[in-house]
Design a protein around this ligand. Sequence first.
Ligand SMILES: [Zn+2]
Length: 276
Amino acid sequence: MPELPEVETTVRDLRRFLPGLTIDKMLYADWPRMIQTHPPEVFGQLLAGEQIQTLERRAKYIIINLTNDKYLIFHRKMTGNLFFREAGAPADKYTRVVLGFTNGTELRYTDLRKFGRVYLFLGQAEMQVLLSRLGPEPLLDTFTFGHFQEILRGRKGTLKTLLLDQSLLVGLGNIYVNEALFVSGIHPQRNAQSLNDTEREKLYHAIRLVLNTGIENRGTTLSDYLDGEGQKGRNQETLFVHERAKEPCRTCGSLIIKIVVGQRGTYLCPACQPEA
Ligand SMILES: [Zn+2]
């Protein structure tokens, strides 16, 4: 599933192409349930003639700001991708929604498993209903160690499960939680309350480090993720533990193991991340 670094990479890519383009019409929509806010034909009518102004990321959502206070939002869930394509570009596999621009270029949403969601909001207030339950952004300068401590304070439960909860902190999914716990030397099954201040501080810095590294490497492509031009990321080449079961730890040489935590495949080094 695309996590913060993959979504951020896509937004940065699309920002190079989309602002200033005017939507001519919706060219294609083969999975009506994906469009959450309107029937496909109404969705297409509301978009026609609007110009793309800016793009931003909030959590794992791609937000495309349009003229007339309209907001087009994509959440890719498991296997969604969003591509900018030149006029006449060859078809993409698993294409679900295509918007055509007046200059002939296209924005294509592809999704093998069809869990992705598309929204069109008329006005900020409507959009905020969707975004209001999200936790803070971990890479903002305003997200301090103090804020992170606030999030964990008094919370019981398995640390890994808490870190995946988007209402507490956004952007992390299974890949980057596995990586951040390795970097901080913390076992994924620890209870959040059992961490001391030093461990919390290590974890705070590790979360920011692995997310920033993911962005620098243009995302992790293990199966489906591709960037805004359909290219693979490079972060999978340098992962510490995620999907590396039975391979040697890059720090100590012990073999990485896989366990299941909260129904998610969880990878760790038993030597670097002792069970406490
Ligand atoms: Zn190790």
